[in-house]
Design a protein around this ligand. Structure first.
Ligand code: BV8
Length: 252
């Protein structure tokens, strides 16, 4: 039985609004490699080498190929008990929002109603020049022919709809993330090492405005020393148990 405090359950039962920040760790149990863990994405590839616009312009086929590979892994994956538990938690609190750094679409596929995608979504692609959306099939077909995928309208290079290092986050997503953090009575930080900014500043911003902040992670993170509670364990075990505890407390 994961060891979370009665205080956390109490605060969730009393909460008017709950905000949840997620990272690659919540999708690990869906078979999607995280970034920093052993065997993670960054072990094979240096992020500076692939997840930035300079690398893309230097070698579009390499970067387009890498994202197609990751998109296929995502398409073959399914939301796990952690994703589903967050979708279930929505039914037990007046309002809630999930702020995710993940580009894997799994919170949407778990039918979580309010998902704020800070770093984009790997299932979408667009033309860097005219910004029209381009279907994944067209990208795959081009890569198949060993050509970089180009826009059928203007011939511009097609890129995944994700935020690369050195790029600004979508302003509306950042505004929504700040607003939901500002309103939160409880803030959960799940499966993130909390080292990539500006996402990593949200747990501390939540604590500073008075929220009770807890993290779910088998390991220490960049915010472990700055928050109220750390629950050591995999999200797929901890979150269902936490939602069950809230539901039990709410039952007459
Ligand atoms: C920007 C999309 C304006 C693409 C990603 C302030 C200080 C220092 C640096 C900066 C700063 N401000 C800006 C920067 C630069 C940079 C940054 O933060 N660098 C870091 C490395 C220091 N930030 C940016 O460039 C951002 N843009 O700020 O623009 C600007 C520009 C230039 C200069 C100033 C300002 C853009 C950042 C977004 C980049 N795009 N992804 C893609 O996916 O390909 S980031 C990507 O990496 C993810 O989205 C995520 O954000 C991050 C990975 O972190 P996690 O998701 O937490 O994953 P990780 O593997 O690290 O950890 C997994 C955790 O899960 C672990 O703790 C593990 O223990 C745990 N775990 C494992 N299994 C489980 C589990 N937990 C629970 N259950 C389990 N089963």
């Amino acid at each position: 039985m994961p060891d979370f405090s009665d205080t956390l359950v109490d605060r969730l039962v009393e909460a008017g609004h709950v905000a949840v920040l997620t990272g690659a760790g919540i999708s690990a149990e869906s078979g999607i490699p995280t970034f920093r863990d052993p065997g993670g994405l960054w072990e094979e590839f240096d992020p500076q080498e692939l997840a930035n616009v300079e690398a893309f312009l230097d070698n579009p086929e390499l970067v387009q190929g890498w994202y197609r590979h990751r998109r296929e892994v995502v398409e073959d994956a399914a939301p796990n008990a952690g994703h589903h538990a967050l979708a279930d938690l929505e039914a037990h609190v007046p309002s809630m929002a999930v702020v995710t750094q993940n580009v894997d679409d799994l919170h949407n596929r778990a039918e979580t109603s309010t998902v704020i995608e800070l770093h984009g979504n790997i299932t979408d692609n667009y033309c860097m020049d005219c910004e029209r959306a381009v279907g994944a099939a067209a990208v795959d077909a081009a890569i198949q022919d060993g050509e970089p995928a180009r826009c059928p309208d203007c011939g511009g290079l097609v890129r995944p709809d994700v935020v690369w290092f050195g790029e600004m986050l979508p302003p509306d997503a950042m505004e929504q993330a700040d607003a939901t953090t500002e309103q939160a009575d409880v803030f959960l930080s799940v499966g993130t090492s909390a080292v990539v900014y500006p996402a990593a500043r949200l747990p501390v911003a939540a604590r500073e405005q008075g929220a009770y902040v807890a993290e779910v992670n088998p390991d220490t993170t960049g915010v472990t020393d700055d928050i109220h509670e750390t629950i050591r364990g995999p999200a797929g075990d901890v979150l269902p148990a936490l939602v069950d505890a809230v539901a039990a407390r709410q039952r007459p």
